[in-house]
Design a protein around this ligand. Structure first.
Ligand code: PEP
Length: 249
């Protein structure tokens, strides 16, 4: 039985004061919720997340990680640094990084490997653009993105990983994939991983991301292969994020 997981992706948003209010609300509500909860915060706020959430069931993580070990890589953050701040998760291959910062399938795979080596659970984001969906190549795109990582790290590494299906056309747009559209892709992702190992495929948590809100979370999370959500905008509003967590519980 896969436990549902809800992860907030704060993106590049926050301030010490606003974070404190948000983290405190989440920490207070979390013990009554049956799903696992995590927040992926901007790097400078990892110390704050650790200090506020340390004695709570809420995990925290980063939104990116270097594919390199420590060294001469100005501006990068190595996985073993994230470990020092107690990160359980690191997002890799988010579509904003793919579109705006040149993150290729290969780079995402190398970041996945770097996180996994350090003992951080990578949250691998994959998903098609609107143009790709309209061309009918969603399955091809998603399996290419997934296989790029499988080929580099092997299926066993997915035993300690999470995959997030995030159709690019649904991120921050208010347009959500229907539960049936999302389920179809989630089932495909699980089948790709299960082709390498039935056990790893069956246990893999696959999150849906893309304009999840309190009003649509329940029907998405009710689908058999949707194991929770990666939540952007709504994760910045305590009531909304907690309502989504409640829908996953
Ligand atoms: C995201 O950034 O991963 C995301 C899913 O954003 P939103 O929920 O705002 O669409």
């Amino acid at each position: 039985m896969r436990q549902k997981l809800v992860v907030g992706n704060w993106k590049m948003v926050g301030s010490l004061a606003a974070n404190l209010t948000l983290l405190t609300r989440i920490k207070q509500a979390a013990p009554a919720l049956a799903c696992e909860i995590a927040v992926c915060v901007p790097f400078p706020y990892l110390a704050q997340a650790r200090s506020v959430l340390a004695s709570s069931p809420v995990a925290w993580g980063a939104q990116n990680v270097s594919k390199q070990p420590q060294g001469a890589h100005t501006g990068e953050v190595a996985a073993d640094m994230l470990i020092e701040f107690g990160c359980r998760y690191a997002i890799v291959g988010h579509s904003e990084r793919r579109a705006l910062y040149g993150e290729t399938d290969d780079k995402a795979a190398r970041k996945f490997a770097a996180a996994a080596r350090a003992g951080i659970t990578p949250i691998l984001c994959i998903g098609e653009t609107l143009e790709e969906r309209e061309r009918g190549v969603t399955a091809e795109v998603v399996s290419r993105q997934l296989h790029a990582v499988l080929a580099q790290v092997g299926v066993a590494a997915f035993a300690a990983a999470v995959v997030a299906y995030e159709p690019v056309w649904a991120i921050g747009t208010g347009k959500t994939a229907t539960p049936a559209q999302a389920q179809e892709v989630h089932a495909l992702i699980r089948a790709c991983v299960a082709a390498g190992s039935a056990e790893v495929g069956a246990a893999l948590r696959i999150l849906y991301g893309g304009s999840v809100k309190p009003g649509n979370a329940g029907e998405l999370f009710a689908m058999p292969d949707i194991d929770g959500g990666l939540i952007g905008g709504a994760s910045l509003v305590a009531e909304d994020f907690l309502a989504i967590c409640a829908a996953a519980s």
